[in-house]
Design a protein around this ligand. Structure first.
Ligand code: NDP
Length: 326
């Protein structure tokens, strides 16, 4: 097996030298065990903040993959079946089934398996739960989402449109903005080139926002919070603009607006609603098959390119879900 190791804890933006590629000899699977071969691997923003809390130097990089069962001594995982596995950045894994989930046996042949890491996987679930469970989104409301052209953001915008909402999204390039317009976002803008974030947000929705699906944090947050409508809801999903900071950003937090407008701001982790995943993945898959959910992907070929794909995603090179084809 080839494995990517966290050689050194990231200090600021990750560097190629923080990673090390190693070759590992795997044991034969014993009774109850399976041998997995990675087909698609995921790079996700959480790997940056979680590297400090979930990994020590020398550990295999954490992560999820779609893998094929190539040997099996466990009847729950037949040879040639496909699974989503929390194996980390590895080409091959011997597993006792912990953290391994079979893909739906009726997964449609025309739906790429890689979507199980994106729109019909963890990022899609994050979008769905953030909107339905945290924002309690209602038809006719105005929704703001940032990092809108990414894995989570593209699904957020499309679900909000399906539910009859007005959707405003921001992203970091003109090509991404054009794509959001194709997805029928009502307004999309490039946060890197607008003269003023606050002005762009005000112009996009002069009457303010009912829901804010927050992926970015930092200056964007500070500009958006005062524009929330009374009884507005903010689903705090991520804060990617801060993940590579060595020191916390300081900035005025708009307490008074939060109080006067009775805004609810709630951080959440997708795993809170794990008990609903099966049914939710079925809903996402149905939307995909009915042509209601587009699932863009940014695919990098080659396991050896995982660090480059990870750093590229953090820099914003991906439109849609960042995936590695093993
Ligand atoms: P994306 O596919 O959106 O990729 C990350 C994107 O973030 C980049 O493409 C880039 O797009 C944008 N970005 C990077 N740096 C900045 C910056 N300084 N300011 C603004 N945007 C930036 O990733 P995901 O969809 O997987 O994740 C989106 C967010 O959701 C992340 O914050 C992540 O941590 C969070 N998340 C939270 C979960 C939870 O359970 N709470 C679960 C899954 C994800 P651009 O070109 O637009 O800058």
């Amino acid at each position: 097996a080839k494995v990517w190791i966290l050689r050194k804890h990231f200090d600021g933006f990750p560097k190629e030298s923080d990673f090390e590629l190693k070759v590992e000899q795997l044991p034969e699977p014993r009774d109850g065990e399976i041998l997995l071969e990675a087909v698609f691997l995921s790079v996700d923003p959480y790997m940056r903040p979680f590297s400090r809390v979930r990994m020590k130097e020398g550990d295999v990089m954490i992560g999820t993959q779609v893998a094929k069962v190539v040997q099996s001594r466990n009847p729950s995982f037949p040879v040639d079946s496909h699974v989503v596995s929390r194996s980390g950045w590895r080409t091959h894994t011997v597993s006792d089934g912990t953290g391994v989930k079979l893909l739906f046996s009726d997964w449609p042949a025309d739906v790429p398996l890689s979507l199980a890491l994106g729109a019909i996987g963890m990022p899609g679930l994050t979008a769905l739960y953030g909107l339905e469970e945290v924002c309690e989104l209602k038809a006719g409301e105005t929704v703001l989402v940032n990092a809108a052209a990414g894995a989570v953001g593209t699904v957020v915008g499309q679900i909000a449109k399906l539910k009859g909402c007005r959707v405003i999204g921001s992203a970091g390039s003109d090509a991404k903005v054009a794509y959001l317009q194709e997805l029928s976002f009502d307004v999309a803008f490039n946060y890197k080139t607008v003269p003023s974030l606050e002005q762009a947000l005000r112009e996009a929705s002069p009457e303010g926002y009912d829901c804010f699906f927050e992926n970015v944090g930092g200056a964007f947050s500070i500009a958006a919070l005062p524009l929330m409508k009374p009884m507005g809801r903010i689903a705090v999903c991520g804060a990617i603009s801060t993940y590579n900071d060595s020191a916390p950003q300081s900035g005025p937090f708009p307490h008074l607006t939060m109080i006067m407008n009775q805004i609810r701001m709630e951080g959440f982790m997708v795993a809170r609603w794990e008990h609903k995943n099966e049914e939710s993945l079925r809903r996402l898959l149905a939307w995909k098959q009915e042509g209601k959910l587009k699932c863009p992907e940014h695919v990098t070929s080659g396991f050896e390119n995982m660090p480059a794909a990870f750093m590229g995603m953090l820099r914003g090179e991906n439109l849609g879900k960042a995936i590695i084809k093993a």
